[in-house]
Design a binder for this molecule. Structure first.
Ligand code: URA
Length: 191
């Protein structure tokens, strides 16, 4: 078994925090672990917990539409969350839960070594880019850290709540597409 599969197996059986008692499925992630572009959301919701896959509810359908706008498909990237199990009733994860889970995403990053990390929403951006990240001001900008490029988009659930943010997100997506063309070598896009 490769290191990625071993990590996934360990994560699927994780009992490191109390979310193990309330989850239906661990959501490790989906797509190709060899991808150059990694999307990171916050935590699984109800549909994700039922199916064991990230972004498969309403927000996930919008994420697929957003990817399609720049000729991308989720099979050509990797999608995961900072937290691998659903907090009950979608409450914010506790610090103890975040700490117990952090090693999985860290190891995913080490093994994947993506060229571009796309944070979905403010919470992910605050964790991955900087603690004082301002999503309304800094979405769509690129930040370089240790040779990896990071950017953040509005979370698709936020776009469903406030569709007036969609035009800005379309601009961000076009910038992301250009950046993928600039720095990635094997990420296929349809147009
Ligand atoms: N929202 C997230 O942040 N992640 C998911 O997987 C689904 C909804």
């Amino acid at each position: 078994m490769g290191e990625w599969e071993a990590l996934e197996q360990r994560c699927l059986q994780c009992q490191a925090c109390a979310l193990a008692q309330t989850r239906t499925h661990v959501v490790f992630g989906m797509g190709t672990p060899q991808a150059e572009v990694l999307f990171v959301g916050e935590a699984p919701g109800a549909t994700e917990d039922e199916q064991g896959l990230p972004f498969v509810g309403k927000a996930g359908q919008l994420l697929d539409d957003m990817l399609a706008m720049i000729g991308l498909h989720r099979s050509r990237i990797y999608i995961t969350n900072s937290i691998k199990c659903r907090p009950p009733n979608n409450r914010d994860p506790l610090n103890t839960e975040k700490d117990a889970c952090a090693g999985y995403l860290q190891r995913q990053l080490q093994l994947m070594q993506p060229k571009i990390i796309v944070c979905l929403g403010r919470i992910s951006a605050m964790e991955m880019i900087k603690p004082d990240f301002k999503i309304t001001q800094e979405h769509g900008q690129f930040f370089e850290k240790n040779g990896t490029l990071y950017t953040a988009l509005y979370h698709p659930a936020a776009l469903l709540r406030d569709p007036s943010k969609k035009p800005e997100t379309f601009v961000d997506l076009k910038r992301l597409r250009a950046k993928i063309q600039e720095v990635c070598s094997h990420t296929e896009m349809d147009f």
